[in-house]
Write a protein that binds this ligand. Structure first.
Ligand SMILES: [Cu+2]
Length: 460
């Protein structure tokens, strides 16, 4: 797996001001971010204290205190998001990236957010899940005039309840969200809260989907369901950072869904509870253990667990097509189709034709076939034991006994204790299954019982 882009340690990677300070003298700096790395948590330099979140392959927006008001400056603008190393997509986002920076505030904070529109069309920002005056809700045409290109609007409200929220446009939504406009918002509790646990690690990411034709760089915004690029925070595995934690940590993961389908998010090796939604913390009596939680369109979920099992644990959407790169979906299933003698004939007409999928698709994980420029292989991730056969909404929860508190760096691959890795049983072998396209001449498949070989099945 390529980890060139692991955490570089830095809210200091945040550079200042892409917007003219002269023109916007009264506005707070529009901080911008050029890195797709997971930034270190932004410890609050002023205002009320809180335990910051870590945005997967993202960052938190610095603010300025103006009296007792926390002021932020979002800039809606075209960006180029590197979704994985070498795979760059033209998106619309905020402050240099898609998703935009995470906004973190404390319950009771008065917040003023300046939104400058540098898009070629009007926009607004809706603050999903917040209690606020109706005129601050960001629904273009209904609660406010749209923000025209080149203009700056201010939103102001009190972050009344703690929880997990997001922001996104409510103007030409189909286009603007298909282009990547979204961001996370966390309101921390102002004091110990009976339903909000103190955690050692607090991660957040948004689910996004894009339709990027292989070889192109701009998402097709009219696509309704048949997306081909499934992302955590606009990154696709193996470009998604791992969630690195210390064994015994209480871990919170906050996930929001701004795609057009549901995503069953599954964590291996641990069971968790859903402790909050965009509606607030879940009463303790309403929590139950799960290993998969379905996150419907427009929903947010926060899950929590004690990371007490060491290892590299998969964390992914359970829709198998969502852990794949830019594949075509109108492909016939070729399992069991005997291509012998046919491929050579087709190659006379189509020189690049190759046999694929006649034994399943696993070969794709290792295959090096020519792809159009700027196209991620379908399944690209490499693990210590070989190809991971994954891309898209997939990453790893890395639990280590020696991961220091506050250290979010990738510890590398897990070193399994001797005797704890699934292994080949020596002295036995079985031929691959007969293809379903060539069933046995007699008998129904239901009646076929294969006995374990090596126990009387063959001569010794
Ligand atoms: Cu999914």
């Amino acid at each position: 797996m390529d980890r060139r882009h692991f955490f570089t340690g830095a809210a200091t990677a945040v550079a200042a001001a892409s917007v003219s300070r002269v023109a916007l003298a009264a506005l707070p700096d529009a901080h911008t971010q050029s890195s797709t790395a997971t930034a270190a948590p932004l410890l609050p330099p002023d205002g009320r204290p809180y335990n910051p979140v870590v945005t997967l392959n993202g960052w938190t927006l610095p603010w300025r205190m103006n009296g007792n008001v926390k002021e932020f400056h979002l800039v809606a603008e075209p960006v180029v998001r590197e979704m994985a190393p070498g795979f760059k997509v033209n998106m619309w986002g905020y402050n240099g990236q898609s998703p935009g920076p995470t906004i973190e505030v404390v319950e009771g904070d008065r917040v003023r957010i300046f939104v400058t529109n540098r898009l070629p069309e009007h926009t607004t920002v809706h603050w999903h899940g917040q209690r606020l005056p109706n005129g601050m809700d960001g629904v273009g045409g209904i609660t406010q005039p749209h923000i025209p290109p080149g203009k700056t609007f201010a939103y102001e409200f009190v972050a009344r309840r703690p929880g997990t929220f997001m922001y996104h446009p409510h103007a030409d939504e189909m286009t603007q969200m298909a282009m990547g406009m979204m961001g996370f918002w966390v309101t921390h509790p102002k004091a110990r809260h009976p339903l909000i646990a103190e955690v050692q690690r607090d991660f957040c990411f948004l689910l996004g989907s894009f339709d990027v034709e292989p070889g192109s760089a701009t998402p097709k915004v009219n696509t309704m369901t048949d997306f081909n690029t499934w992302a955590f925070n606009s990154r696709v595995f193996p470009g998604i950072d791992s969630l690195n934690v210390r064994r015994g940590d209480r871990v919170r993961i906050r996930v929001g869904n701004l795609t057009m389908t549901n995503h069953p998010i599954h964590v291996h090796g641990h069971e968790f509870e859903v402790t909050g939604t965009d509606g607030g913390p879940v009463p303790k009596t309403a929590r139950w253990p799960e290993v998969t939680t379905d996150i419907a369109v427009g929903q947010m979920r926060q899950v929590e667990f004690i990371a007490d099992e060491e290892g590299d644990w998969a964390l992914h959407c359970h829709k198998s097509h969502h852990t794949m790169g830019p594949m075509g979906h109108e492909v016939p299933t070729m399992i069991g189709v005997d291509h012998r003698g046919i491929a050579e004939k087709i190659q006379k007409l189509v020189p690049d034709y190759m046999v694929m999928g006649d034994k399943g698709m696993a070969d794709m994980g290792a295959m090096e076939m020519p792809l159009p420029d700027n196209t991620l292989p379908m399944m690209a991730g490499q693990g210590p034991f070989g190809p991971a056969e994954m891309g898209g909404m997939f990453t790893l929860l890395k639990v280590r006994r020696d991961q220091r508190p506050g250290d979010y760096r990738d510890p590398g691959w897990f070193k399994h204790p001797a005797g704890t890795v699934a292994r080949e049983v020596p002295g036995d072998s079985a031929p691959p299954a007969a293809s379903p396209a060539t069933p046995p001449a007699t008998g129904s498949p239901d009646a076929t019982v294969r006995r374990p070989a090596g126990h009387g099945g063959h001569a010794h």
